[in-house]
Structures are given as structure tokens and as C-alpha cells.
Design a protein around this ligand. Structure first.
Ligand code: NDP
Ligand SMILES: Nc1nc2c(ncn2[C@@H]2O[C@H](COP(=O)(O)O)[C@@H](O)[C@H]2O)c(=O)[nH]1
Length: 327
């Protein structure tokens, strides 16, 4: 593979500004027939999203994907969202009981607008079979399948019926897949995204490795329709999980979905747990993200998100931080 790079190796090149104010720039994006305020979705992880966060996001026109780690709550969750006139977006795995769950939803005529098949190694018959199963029983649902890291995988999942694919094996902050297995897109996630996007005929969700708001614009430039983010959303007042104080500072936990902590056993562990500084209100971060992305659009010389997709860029190997800290 030629031209391997990651987020910190790239700078996008400004084009002539066409707006009088960044507030004129529109960060909205369409996915599955709905328009969302930002091309950003908080990761479907237990320390990032719960029912309350999902409700807040849906009510405020953000995209969300509920995690799958309390499977017994999913039907009630879908009913609850629908009774409020909101869309339902859930995750499933690929084990036998998940097949029954999909059939049960169909029998109850409980159709989530979005279903994400969420497993570590998404380029597999297990995912292909689940896509086909969902399309047979819940043909109206928009199916996101992943995670994958190659064009072949994107094509196969799209051909199986996936409406979008999720790209990223191992670039996550609490991921240890790259260390434990030697595989993945960690360290070259942005180049992998570009590689996959060139093969895609449907939307791609870039998943993992976002460390700054500028990385959202870079993901859009390299082919993402939507960007999934964990660590930047961890540690908010509303984030699920324990809050604790150390040396007068507040912290919250953030753990991997394949961590021993999530699994409750030390088997095939590919994730870890960390503590992140308390970040205040989720809404403030979302607004800051929107403003930063509006600014990105203005630097791209446009007034809509699509302007970013065509900008030139340079590779500045490992040097954009120049010794600076992000914040
Ligand atoms: N994006 C990423 O880089 C990664 C994300 N994760 C996250 O962790 C969570 C748990 O993932 P996962 O373990 O897949 O979910 P599950 O524990 O639900 O496993 C799903 C199924 O896939 C099998 N499986 C898992 N990994 C592999 C593999 N490498 N090769 C073949 N079969 C496999 C499992 O069997 P068995 O366990 O017996 O092998 C099981 O049958 C998910 O939320 C996932 O997104 C995990 C790792 C990487
Ligand atoms: N290899 C693992 N990847 C994981 C695990 N839990 C979640 N994830 C992935 O990370 C992203 C979030 O990445 P971030 O850099 O924004 O923090 C998430 O969406 C998953 O795809 C895990 O245990 N192991």
C-alpha cells in the first residue's frame, strides 16, 4: 500500500472564502433519509451513550446509535423513542439470540429506523448472514455493518445489502487490538478510510482515532459521510459511568467494548479502561464541534459540508503538532 498516513500527518489547504461569517456554513448531513446537524455520531459504547443521551441527541437532530450491551432493554427503548415521535437506532451482534431478536421485532412490528451490526471483525459470513436476515425481516431498517478495514470488505458487505459500512479496526483510544493481534488500521486509519471510500458505493462511517475536531473535517475529505467518536465524547456530565475525584480534579471512566471490564471475563480481551478528565456538558462540546466544522467549511471555500470533500491537502509527516498539545 502506498501513501500511508494518519490524521496528524495531514493538513488541508485553504481555498478562497465565500461566506461573510462562519455561522453561514451548514454542517448538516443526510443519512438514511434523515438530516442530522453534524456528520458525527458518539460511539455505541456503554460509557458513551445510554437512553438519556440517546434521547437528547435524537431530540436535537443529532445522529446516535444505542449500544447493544443491555440487550433486554432494546425493545422497550425502541418503543419509547417511537412513542415520542423520534427515530430508533440500535446495535446488534451476530450470535443466535440476535437472529431471534430481529424476528421478534418484526413480529411486533417494531421497526428501528437504523440497525448497526457491531462486531470486531466485520468482514465475515457472520455479518453477511445478519445483514441478509435483517433485510428479510426488517427491510425498512437502514443497516450499518462493520467494522472493516479493506475495500474488499466494504464491497462484500454492500453487496450483501448493507446500506452503510463502518471502517476502523483498532484505531480507537481504548483499543488494544493492534497490540494484541498485530492487525488493523491503527496508525493509518485516515489512509484506510480513503482506500475503503474509493471502493464504496454507499456511505462510510469512519470509526475511531479522532483526537481533535479538525480530524472530523479530514475524515470528510477522505470519504466519510459520518464520523464515529468515542474518547472525545467520554467524560461528560451526561456520560454514563462512574465519576470520581482525584487530587481535587474530576474524572470519568471510559472503557472498551471488548475490555475485561465490559465482558466480565478475561477472554479475547481487545480493549482497556482509562480515566478521562471531566469535560462538562455534552451540549457544549457538540456546539464547539459544530462551530469548528463551520470554520473548516469556510476554509474549504464553501458554505456546505461537501466543500471539504474536494480540497487539496499536504502530507506533513508527524509534524502538525510541532510540540504543541491539542488543548
Ligand atoms: N473497532 C474495533 O477495532 C474493535 C471493536 N471491538 C468492539 O468490541 C465489542 C465486542 O466485539 P466482538 O468480540 O466482535 O463481539 P462479540 O463478543 O459479540 O462476538 C461476536 C462474534 O464474533 C466472533 N468473533 C469476534 N472476534 C472475532 C474474530 N477476530 N474472528 C472470528 N470471530 C470473531 C465471536 O466469537 P468468539 O468470541 O468465540 O471468537 C462471536 O461469535 C464490539 O462492540 C466491537 O465493536 C472489539 C475489537 C475491535
Ligand atoms: N479494538 C477495540 N476497539 C474498540 C473497543 N471498544 C470500542 N472500540 C472502538 O473504538 C471506537 C472509538 O474510538 P475513539 O478513538 O474515538 O475513542 C469505537 O467506536 C469502536 O469502534 C475495544 O474494546 N477494542
Amino acid at each position: 500500500m502506498e501513501n500511508v498516513f494518519d490524521y496528524e500527518d495531514i493538513q488541508l489547504i485553504p481555498a478562497k472564502c465565500v461566506v461573510n461569517s462562519r455561522s453561514e456554513c451548514d454542517t448538516s448531513v443526510k443519512l438514511g433519509g434523515r438530516t442530522f446537524r453534524l456528520p458525527v455520531v458518539p460511539a455505541n459504547m456503554q460509557t458513551i451513550i445510554d437512553e438519556k443521551v440517546a434521547l437528547f441527541l435524537a431530540e436535537n437532530d443529532y445522529f446516535y446509535i444505542m449500544h447493544r450491551f443491555q440487550p433486554e432493554k432494546r425493545s422497550t427503548f425502541i418503543k419509547d423513542m417511537k412513542s415520542r415521535g423520534l427515530y430508533a437506532s440500535i446495535s446488534v451482534g451476530v450470535k443466535e439470540e440476535e437472529y431471534q431478536f430481529i424476528q421478534q421485532l418484526a413480529e411486533e412490528n417494531l421497526v428501528p429506523e437504523y440497525i448497526t451490526i457491531d462486531i470486531a471483525h466485520g468482514h465475515s459470513n457472520a455479518v453477511i448472514n445478519m445483514i441478509q436476515h435483517i433485510k428479510m425481516y426488517l427491510p425498512e431498517s437502514f443497516v450499518i455493518a462493520g467494522n472493516v478495514g479493506t475495500p474488499e470488505a466494504v464491497r462484500e458487505l454492500e453487496n450483501a445489502g448493507a446500506d452503510a459500512t463502518k471502517v476502523g479496526i483498532g484505531p480507537g483510544k481504548v483499543c488494544i487490538t493492534k497490540i494484541k493481534t498485530g492487525f488493523g488500521t491503527g496508525g493509518w486509519q485516515l489512509a484506510a478510510l480513503r482506500w475503503c471510500a474509493k471502493a464504496a458505493s454507499k456511505p462510510i462511517i469512519a470509526d475511531g482515532g479522532i483526537r481533535t475536531h479538525g480530524d472530523i473535517a479530514k475524515s470528510i475529505r477522505f470519504g466519510a459521510s459520518m464520523v464515529m467518536i468515542g474518547s472525545l465524547f467520554a467524560g461528560h456530565e451526561e456520560s454514563p459511568g462512574e465519576t470520581f475525584e482525584k487530587d481535587g480534579k474530576l474524572y470519568k471512566e471510559y472503557f472498551g467494548s471488548a475490555s475485561e471490564f465490559q465482558k466480565g471475563e478475561k477472554k479475547n480481551v481487545e480493549g482497556k479502561k482509562m480515566h478521562v478528565e471531566h469535560k462538562g456538558k455534552l451540549q457544549d462540546t457538540l456546539i464547539e464541534m459544530e462551530q469548528d466544522l463551520q470554520s473548516s467549511i469556510s476554509y474549504a471555500g464553501g458554505s456546505k459540508l461537501d466543500a471539504i470533500r474536494n480540497v487539496d491537502y499536504v502530507v506533513v509527516k508527524n509534524s502538525i503538532f510541532n510540540g504543541d498539545r491539542v488543548y
